[in-house]
Design a protein around this ligand. Structure first.
Ligand code: SF4
Ligand code: SF4
Length: 415
């Protein structure tokens, strides 16, 4: 019998006959003992939502009339420094720029927050320094003739979780208010069994040119990510900011400097080549644990510690609020998702779980699990990946495939 191809699957999508599951649905079927074959399933939508520090925007922004200044020497958006160029755009009044997701104006506000603000339709202030003069403009995403988001290092297959062996607290990008030691808590990253590369670890179907979703908009894999190796692969991706949805992206405050959230969903065609790896479950995926100062893994658990028997969504019970003189959650929530007045804004909440441990009243509910560290259970107190949001993006991709709005693509090169 002829082997199943991506063209065969696309033909079924076209005819409205394709069977598509999200990774979450597929894993449930496998746990229930249901048999999955290339005859019964055509595609699986996999995904991840996490801190992806290598995310940057490439924008063309209007600043002034033609001829008003020759060349931008420095440029800021909402006070966050961007990098003018590489094109000089001499005397055109527009500026090409690259803005890093990890650049910041303060502990509270950086590139990640700007990406989300732009996608949410908010106006931002652009300030340019040229020839000793300052030029200002206020723009929205619609004013940018070019607006792409690129992640140079995304959807990693291999994350490391961190704890602090020293006494006291360590300020790090892997904590919200400091990682407390010795061995008082663990911060984790990674979406485990639903991560795209966990489901295609040899990158059989994922490669250059693979069509994907980035933050809800259509994007493409453009190659290997930085520091990618065959044993620890990741990928770089690009997509138009104009098609994105704000709930899948944004900034994330840490006790060091602000980070950037990015979400990626990848359809995996179910073929003879990909099927053997689609059965991966959280308990099969190793999660190494490293010490925050030297970053060297010294033990490991699995993603079953993080995502099995735990609560993927954090909830708030206002009747349990005491209240405190200063609400630490309102002050320190890394995505500014909580206010005393409005409760949790579900479109902003990252389900990181930090509030569960910040609130003395116990008003925030959610079990984050724990890991066995050399014979002692240490609680997970921070999740820097949002599995619930990744599930949502997988669901969105599945719906688009079933609606014949999204077809699977052949890779044009290996990564
Ligand atoms: S920290 Fe908790 S108990 Fe204190 S004000 Fe905020 S929600 Fe209420
Ligand atoms: S889980 Fe709590 S701390 Fe984390 S983003 Fe949501 S409201 Fe904020």
């Amino acid at each position: 019998m002829a082997k199943k191809t991506i063209q065969d699957i696309n033909e079924k999508i076209r005819k409205g006959e394709a069977v598509v599951y999200t990774a979450r649905e597929l894993k449930e079927m496998i746990r229930n003992g249901e048999r999955v074959t290339t005859d019964t399933v055509d595609a699986v939508t996999t995904g991840t939502c996490g801190i992806m520090s290598g995310t940057a925007a490439i924008l063309t922004v209007p600043v002034a009339e033609k001829g008003v200044f020759a060349k931008a020497e420095s440029i800021w958006i909402n006070g966050v420094a961007a990098h003018p160029g590489p094109c000089p755009n001499e005397n055109l009044g527009i500026v090409d720029l690259i803005l890093y997701g990890t650049s910041y104006a303060s502990h509270e506000y950086g590139g990640g927050q700007i990406f989300r603000d732009l996608v949410a339709g908010k106006e931002v202030e652009v300030r340019v320094e040229a020839n000793g003069n300052i030029f200002e403009n206020h723009i929205t995403l619609d004013d940018c003739s070019y607006a792409k988001l690129m992640t140079t290092r995304g959807a990693f297959k291999n994350y490391v979780s961190f704890l602090n062996d020293a006494t006291g607290s360590c300020d790090t990008i892997f904590s919200v208010t400091g990682l407390r030691g010795p061995r008082k808590e663990i911060a984790i990253s990674g979406c485990g069994e639903i991560n795209p590369i966990e489901n295609d670890p040899s990158l059989v179907s994922i490669g250059m040119g693979t069509r994907i979703l980035v933050n809800g908009g259509v994007g493409y894999v453009i190659g290997q990510g930085t520091r990618s190796t065959p044993g620890k692969p990741n990928m770089s991706v690009i997509a138009d900011l104009k098609g994105m949805q704000a709930q899948y992206m944004g900034g994330f405050k840490t006790s060091k400097t602000p980070e950037v959230i990015t979400s990626i969903a990848v359809p995996i065609p179910v073929t003879e080549q990909t099927l053997p790896h689609l059965g991966v479950l959280d308990g099969d995926v190793s999660l190494p644990v490293g010490e925050i100062h030297d970053r060297v893994p010294f033990t490991a658990g699995t993603y079953a510690d993080v995502w099995q028997g735990t609560d993927h969504v954090i909830t708030y019970a206002s009747e349990l609020c005491t209240p405190c003189k200063v609400c630490t959650v309102e002050r320190d929530c890394p995505t500014a998702a909580f206010t005393m007045k409005g409760g949790i804004d579900k479109r902003r909440c990252y389900n990181c779980g930090a509030c569960v441990f910040m609130c003395p009243g116990g008003a925030f509910k959610g079990s984050l699990g724990s890991m066995d560290i050399e014979g002692t259970r240490v609680p997970i107190t921070l999740r820097q990946s949002n599995r619930a949001r990744a599930d949502e993006l997988c669901e969105s991709l599945k719906e688009r495939i079933l609606a014949r709005e999204f077809y699977l693509s052949e890779k044009v090169g290996s990564i």
